[in-house]
Design a binder for this molecule. Structure first.
Ligand code: UDP
Length: 239
């Protein structure tokens, strides 16, 4: 039952890099299995889960472009990378007996379903995890923007961004041991202080639509469930 969960429907954003684990490139199946279990805990208490997965473990348009490739072609490759990650995640979820669907912003008949908002909401309502792949379907955007966009479209209660640090700090906590963590920030503070939580497009989108965002550390076992139960994990960004 979902009586105790704080959120009924969430949009969870996982970076592609999170899927690499200790590897330098690609997908570590052990990491996927662990994430599938954590997501399964949410489904088990009746929380509806939409997922957006990045592609940075495989390709990033900006990096390919810096190496000489046409930017739009690079972005297309980046979006296709998110579909591969989505397929891998669906596989891990299904192996853990968690029903899931992959939808793609770019039609890919025979491989995944084309994204359709009303169908996605129907799947979510019936308890399936829905993986929104291929980002927004457009070059020059990021999967953070895609996560915010889909979160708003499906009327999620919150967009949850999984990272390797437990929230937003005033400076990079890896480089500065005295960095101070924020428990809560408003959208304008993120923009004004250039905190680099997400790109500007994504932050402006959530600000315009009053969608709360929570940034937390997914490498911490149990943190996701705790967060969804209303626990204080990471940093909350809202109005
Ligand atoms: N991308 C894009 N449009 C989108 C989302 C993603 O063109 O709407 C491309 C872009 O090249 C990006 C790559 O896909 O670099 C992978 O996404 P992202 O960098 O956001 O992945 P993450 O950093 O979360 O792993």
């Amino acid at each position: 039952n979902d009586r105790n969960a704080k959120y009924k429907r969430i949009l969870l954003k996982l970076s592609g890099e999170a899927l690499m684990g200790e590897l330098d490139f690609g997908i570590d199946p052990k990491v996927l299995d662990r994430m599938a279990l954590e997501i399964g805990q949410l489904v088990g208490i009746g929380v509806q889960v939409g997922l957006v997965i990045g592609g940075g473990n495989l390709f990033r348009g900006a990096a390919l472009s810096a190496a000489g490739m046409d930017r739009v072609t690079g972005d297309h490759m980046g979006m296709l990378a998110t579909v591969m990650n989505g397929l891998a995640m669906r596989d891990a979820l299904e192996r853990a007996s968690i029903r899931s669907r992959v939808m793609s912003a770019i039609p890919m008949s025979g491989v995944v379903e084309h994204y359709d908002r009303r169908t996605a909401i129907r799947y979510l309502t019936s308890g399936d995890v829905v993986i929104f792949s291929a980002g927004t379907g457009n070059p020059f955007f990021t999967t953070d923007s895609a996560a915010c966009l889909r979160g708003i479209e499906i009327d999620a209660n919150v967009v949850i961004k999984a990272t390797k640090v437990d929230g937003v700090y005033d400076c990079d906590p890896v480089k500065h041991p005295n960095a101070v963590k924020y428990d809560r920030l408003d959208y304008d503070a993120v923009l004004d202080q250039k905190l680099g939580v997400m790109d500007l497009t994504a932050i402006c989108l959530v600000r315009d639509h009053d969608m709360p965002v929570r940034v937390f550390d997914m490498t911490k076992p149990g943190a996701l469930l705790n967060l969804v139960m209303g626990g204080k994990e990471g940093t909350l960004i809202d109005r």
